[in-house]
Write a protein that binds this ligand. Sequence first.
Ligand code: NA7
Length: 547
Amino acid sequence: MPDASHSAPRRLDVVIVGGGLAGLYAIHRLRRLGLAVRAYEAGAGIGGTWFWNRYPGARCDVESLEYSYSFDEQLQQDWKWPERYGTQPEILKYINHVADRFDLRRDVQLNTRIKSAIFDAQANEWTVKTGTGEEIRARYCVMAAGNLSTPRVPDFKGLGDFAGRWYHSGLWPHEGVDFSGLKVGVIGTGSSGVQMIPIIARQARHLTVFQRTANFSLPARNMPMPADKERRHKAEYPARRAAAMETPFAIGGHAKPTRSALEVPENERNAAYEDKWQEGGSISYLYAYTDLLVNKASNDTASEFVRNKIRDIVKDRRTAELLAPKDHPIGTKRLCLDTGYYETYNRPNVSLVDVRSDPIDRITPDGLTLKSGAAFELDALVFATGFDAMTGALNEIDVATTDGANLRAHWEGGPLTYLGVMVEGFPNMFVITGPGSPGVKTQMIAAIEQHVDWIAGAIDHLHSHQLDRIEPTAAAERAWVDHVNKVADATLYPLANSWYMGANIPGKPRVFMPYVGGFDRYKKHCDAIAARGYEGFTLSRHETVAA
Ligand code: NA7
């Protein structure tokens, strides 16, 4: 790597951290304001999540006709999704196509990790430094660093001594991994584990799954894209996108529920769940009734239906009971979508080990041992153990100001933001789908477009009013955080120990991070705030000092 520490700093209007779906759209949208922009991406390629997560079976859990950019009608008409749900290679191909089509690559710098971002209050500009010492100065800083981009390998003793190969789902080798003939261990049964386990099971000599928490999973019912479905969807694309904006998950095509699960007789309710189970997809299931995410008794009916499905599918009684989640209501952790997940446990070469009752004690040269002393011989070990979600990427960067603010300190008790988009004390820094935003609870690309469009609107407003600084007030930030908590507390979400809560990272503050009041409500609120002249923000003009 060249040492760029002595060259003159590059000057931009907007420095963007991250070259995934959010960073790329930010380049496109902010360029249209005539701004000089550039994105810095740690990976050797663009695509963020879809660049890194190359584990077997990696696939989006939102249907591909929905999970795509909406900003260009011709793009959405031209692109052909071969399957109901996009695979990782297919989505990465799409992202690369978008980058070429809109000439985005000239403003992306790859293999560049941002180490610090310091706001100079006097000069009214951000100075961002890369891992090689390169310096970039810009009026605005857009953090598009991702919510699930800081892979986490638990701090197990002895990992350095393991004689086999080990992998993390989010850092998967580009050349792939051949597990043929190997004794493989997978730790973790979240979305990544649930997607990879059926595929690894077909390759491995033996697969041992180490499960701490059983997760609910529904059949994806993936299939080749039906031509008539694609035709119908594309004929109505703009209207469908607009309709999605009016839903809580920013996903269209599902009839709005009208009744509580408890208003319906049991046989009728189970028939409705059966229809959703056969249809496949998580939104459809959780949208069966109005109150599945707010009323425990209603949720119990939906949870029990899936537990019974697991008991029907998995032949070994003990394994079935271990796989049937009982410690959280369905939907309060990310609901997984699978292809043959539960069926995999009927294979003779697959075994399930409960590491909740008997936790992993240490990794050994030839496998791992549990606290009880039980030992497992393994040739390869896969960590599907998730990410330091939502705050991990920003906490890895030294974000501070010359006025003495420091983001890690500001977020010590849990992340504080206004609208999930800005942070008090950090002027002109925008976060895409950060904590306090509904992003991770929605069709992410819709949320990304909404956030970036809102930010573009705010910058445009500043410029047209001869202003150059925007920052939320402490009161507005406090009120938003309180609102996010209040909304979450009225739901069942806090009942689960999830990454939404920071519960997967030992020592991380337990704060419910996403806004779960619905994308529709959030978007209207953001629009109203802008229409009222950016209520809750201080907008000002600063005499800039030439550097
Ligand atoms: P997740 O959903 O965070 O899942 C991680 C899994 O790893 C989960 O089952 C964890 O159990 C398990 N885990 C984590 N640490 C340990 C230790 N120390 N011992 C045993 N098991 C452990 O990550 P994914 O990558 O699957 O999915 C992330 C998101 O990507 C997903 O929500 C979608 O939005 C796409 P736990 O539940 O914490 O007990």
